[in-house]
Design a protein around this ligand. Structure first.
Ligand code: S3P
Length: 443
């Protein structure tokens, strides 16, 4: 087990430039959709974190040809929609909810049997949210109580198209149903209460599928036409805004900092954090807006300075769902209260992120109130919180990185145990922070 310790920066600012690592959501999808196309899909800028590597192994076990041709460069030889082969052993998705749930959708669309396993965190997470709609489409599941991994799934001979109203705004649920629907004879529709990230829709369109998005009765509605032939693509994966968030917040809370983060994905359904931070008075400038892999990207110039507490609007929660832990850290240094509500989903992420942030912030000397659906943090107005605590990452990469960033702004160091989990999404995290002048090391 790795323990990392973040040494307080004192009055030293962060300076320098990094490039955001490849987007995790888009990396998973590049490998998966490449596997469903006919012919070779070439991917550059793929995030080579453990979650995505687990997906690469899984699509290979399902019959696709997967080859790493250079750093971040991968080629996938697809087998076509409906062409997946039965894997010989269990598919181990490690820590990855996205890998497990999207692949369940893909397998449910084919007449094969596969067993899904994962680490302690993934084995606690609810899979009933995908089991329910995929069962309606004809798939048969055997899992543990509450729909937990390990799960064995058999897809039907003919998968049925459905019209599914999802109780949660979840890109993973939406994508699982659409992926199973790809092999159905007919049209499959998913309705979600608010729009979740739309990388599946965007990328399926670029592979040639007919995907329609509309708003109906206030819901986001997506329909896919079944049984298309997907054409292989060249995909340049943009940088991950969820990873860029750590250096951005670190720069904001350390006065005098000036950090450039290049190649940050700015899809509006992902970039909610930057809006909230700007509303809090954070100086974030977007330079050179452009496109990569069909997604908007830009370079972020972030300067440190005073932040003011604010309300993170619940209506925007889906557009920053993975960023609440690091928003808590910005809130901890802001002047006044920051309210984060309407985020009950955080309790079923890689960990119960509400409980872990509340307990960890308190251990570091930050005042925070816990709600069933979120938290309210009272910031110090720039004064260093006490720090001097040890935080268990609890198999949650974003918890680990958030507390290390907080440690940089505290009076005494913060140590994070189980920090190896950072490699699931951001293997270069400590190197990038070292480049910016921060001291985060195992000691
Ligand atoms: C993801 C969707 C989100 C997010 C996760 C990645 C995706 O989960 O939290 O990190 O790539 O589809 P939900 O769809 O469960 O909200």
């Amino acid at each position: 087990m790795t323990t990392l310790t973040a040494a307080p920066m004192g009055k030293t600012p962060l300076k320098g430039e990094i490039a955001a690592p490849g987007d995790k959501s888009i990396s998973h999808r590049s490998l998966m959709f490449g596997a469903l196309a006919v012919g070779p899909t070439r991917i550059t800028g793929l995030l080579e974190g453990e979650d995505v590597r687990a997906t690469a192994r899984a699509v290979a076990a399902l019959g696709a040809g997967v080859e790493r041709t250079g750093e971040g460069a991968w080629t996938v030889q697809g087998v076509g929609v409906g062409g997946l082969a039965e894997p010989e052993s269990a598919l181990d998705l490690g820590n990855s909810g996205t890998g497990a749930r999207l692949l369940m959708g893909m397998v449910a669309g084919c007449p094969i049997t596969a067993t899904f396993i994962g680490d302690a965190s993934l084995s606690r997470r609810p899979m009933s949210r995908v089991i329910e709609p995929l069962s309606r489409m004809g798939a048969v599941f055997h899992g543990r109580e509450g729909g937990r991994l390990p799960i064995t799934l058999t897809g039907p001979a003919d998968v049925m198209p459905i019209d599914y109203r999802s109780p949660v705004a979840s890109a993973q649920v939406k994508s699982a149903v659409l992926l199973a629907g790809l092999n159905a004879a007919g049209r499959t529709t998913v309705r979600e209460p608010t729009a979740s990230r739309d990388h599946t829709e965007n990328m399926l369109r670029s592979f040639g599928a007919a995907v329609e998005t509309r708003t109906e009765d206030g819901m986001n509605v997506v329909t896919v036409d079944g049984q298309p032939e997907l054409a292989p693509q060249d995909i340049a994966v943009p940088g991950d805004p969820s990873s860029a968030a750590f250096a951005a917040v670190a720069a904001l809370i350390l006065p005098g900092s000036e950090v450039m983060i290049r190649n940050v994905g700015l899809n509006p359904l992902r970039a909610g954090l930057f809006e909230v931070l700007t509303a809090m008075g954070g100086e974030i400038e977007v330079l050179d807006r452009r496109e990569a892999g069909g997604e908007p990207v830009g370079d972020l110039r972030v300067r440190g300075g005073a932040l003011k507490g604010d309300v993170a609007p619940p209506a925007n929660a889906a557009a920053m769902i993975d960023e609440y832990p690091i928003l808590c850290v910005a809130a901890a240094l802001a002047e006044g209260r920051t309210e984060m509500r309407g985020i009950k989903e955080l309790r079923v992420k890689e960990s119960d992120r509400i409980a872990l942030m509340v307990n960890g912030l308190r251990a570091a000397g930050v005042e925070v109130e816990e709600h069933e659906d979120g938290m309210t943090v009272t910031g110090t107005g720039g004064r260093p919180p006490a720090g001097g605590c040890e935080i268990d990452a609890s198999h949650d990469h974003r918890i680990a990185m958030s507390f290390l960033v907080l440690g940089l702004a505290c009076a005494k160091p913060i140590a994070v145990t189980g920090a190896e989990t950072i490699a699931t999404s951001y293997p270069a995290f400590t190197d990038h922070f070292a480049l910016l002048g921060a001291d985060i090391q195992s000691r």
